[in-house]
Design a protein around this ligand. Structure first.
Ligand code: ATP
Length: 199
C-alpha cells in the first residue's frame, strides 16, 4: 500500500486544484517558509478524518477553507482527495485503488466519499484504521510532536501503544455502544415513569 496522489482544491493556501503525485519510497516537500508545505500534510490528515481544528493549526474547522488573498476571493468550499494504491489488499475493500474524498462547505455541512460513493466520516476512519493509517494513528508526526511523545505520561503512552496495536477502533466502538446503552436506559426510566403515571 502506498499513497499515489493527493488533490487539494480550496484547501488552505491551495485555491486552485493542485495534485501531488507520490512514488513508492520517500517523498520530500521543499519550499520557502510559509509556502504551504505543512498545509500539504494538513490536507492528508484532514482527508483521513482529522476532526480537531487545533491539529490542523486553525482556530475553527472552517479555517481549512481558502480564506482569500489580495488577488483572490475567498472560496466557499474545501475539498481533498487521496488515492491509495491498494494492490496488496492492505485496506479491507475490494479495489486495487481507493480514493477517499472529503469536502467541507462554508455554508455548513460536509461530504465524504469512498471511490465516488457517498459515505460517513466513520466509514473512512474505520477503513483506514485497520491498515494502521488514519487520523489518530500517529502516522503523521508534526513539528514539536516528538518532544510531546518523549514527555508523555504513562497513560498517554499507553494510548499510543493501543493505537499502534489497533485497539483504538474497538475502544471507540465500545464507547459508542456504552453511550447508546446509557441513552436507552434513560428512555426506559422515562417509560417506566409514564407507565407508573398511567396505572
Ligand atoms: P514553514 O516552513 O514556515 O513551516 P510552510 O511551508 O510549512 O512554512 P504552511 O504553514 O504550510 O507553510 O503555510 C502557511 C501559509 O498558508 C500562510 O501563508 C497562510 O496564510 C496560508 N494559509 C493557511 N490557511 C489558509 C487559508 N484558509 N486560506 C488562505 N491561506 C491560508
Amino acid at each position: 500500500m502506498h499513497l499515489k496522489t493527493l488533490t487539494v482544491r480550496g484547501f488552505k493556501s491551495f485555491a486552485s486544484a493542485t495534485t501531488f503525485e507520490f512514488e513508492p519510497g520517500v517523498t520530500a516537500v521543499v519550499g520557502p517558509n510559509g509556502s504551504g508545505k505543512s498545509n500539504v500534510v494538513d490536507a492528508l490528515a484532514w482527508v483521513m478524518g482529522e476532526q480537531g481544528a487545533k491539529s490542523l493549526r486553525g482556530g475553527s474547522m472552517e479555517d481549512v477553507i481558502f480564506a482569500g488573498t489580495a488577488e483572490r476571493q475567498p472560496l466557499g468550499r474545501a475539498s481533498v482527495s487521496l488515492t491509495i494504491d491498494n494492490s496488496d489488499g492492505a485496506l479491507p475493500i475490494d479495489y486495487t485503488e481507493v480514493t477517499i474524498s472529503r469536502t467541507m462547505f462554508r455554508s455548513g455541512g460536509s461530504e465524504y466519499t469512498i471511490n465516488g460513493t457517498k459515505c460517513r466520516l466513520l466509514d473512512i476512519q474505520e477503513l483506514l484504521s485497520d491498515s494502521g493509517l488514519g487520523r489518530e494513528m500517529h502516522v503523521i508526526v508534526g513539528q514539536g510532536q516528538l518532544d510531546q511523545i518523549l514527555h508523555a505520561t504513562p497513560e498517554q503512552r499507553r494510548g499510543f501503544i493501543e493505537e499502534a496495536a489497533g485497539v483504538l477502533k474497538h475502544r471507540r466502538r465500545r464507547e459508542r455502544s456504552v453511550r447508546k446503552l446509557e441513552s436507552m436506559q434513560t428512555n426506559l426510566e422515562r417509560l417506566e415513569d409514564l407507565i407508573g403515571e398511567i396505572s
